[in-house]
Design a binder for this molecule. Sequence first.
Ligand SMILES: [Zn+2]
Length: 211
Amino acid sequence: MQVTATVRNVSESSYVGGAPLLGDAPALDLANTHYAVRGRPRDGLASPVDLAAWARELAPRLPMVDVAALADLPVADRDVARFLDLRAAVRGIAENLTGGHVPVASDVAVVNAAADRAPSSPALVITPRGDLAKRARAGAPLLDQILAGIAGDAVDLFAGERAARLRACQAPGCPLYFLKDHPRREWCMPACGNRVRAARAYRKRTKPVGA
Ligand SMILES: [Zn+2]
């Protein structure tokens, strides 16, 4: 299925359905489907079509998803609701962690319930080429494998060494989270840094003399 509404903006990382895919962590890419354009909130998972396109783009980065089956990915409204529930929980935990607060138990419970929707240990399979590969065990629908894979990444992210590098972007109006992967990275993406620097320069230029 071709999604014609896909917005492409080469200057701002990879976009699908309008939402930025920063690639820092699958759980953060889910969190970042709640994003903003010029300070106005947007939803990258507003419909089943959006979710199908986004999930297809993300799924190859999850270890337990049968990528060969992605061409046929049925998505219903209730699936969108489940991804939005997980997104709200991931954003809630990220907000508390980056704000120095204790995450709330209900957010943690939503992550765990999503992780339980597919088996977390892989099966060993022999590929058509005769190699051995790690695959999701049969039994869970593909979208559940994806949801569970993202939840599993959230568990590893929030309880692992990556948690120390979790940041909320400080650009005004930007709701995105990212992993500080090098000491000079201050923003979710370069466009946010450019926006903040331009605003600073404008304020400097327009500052009244003697102020
Ligand atoms: Zn930002």
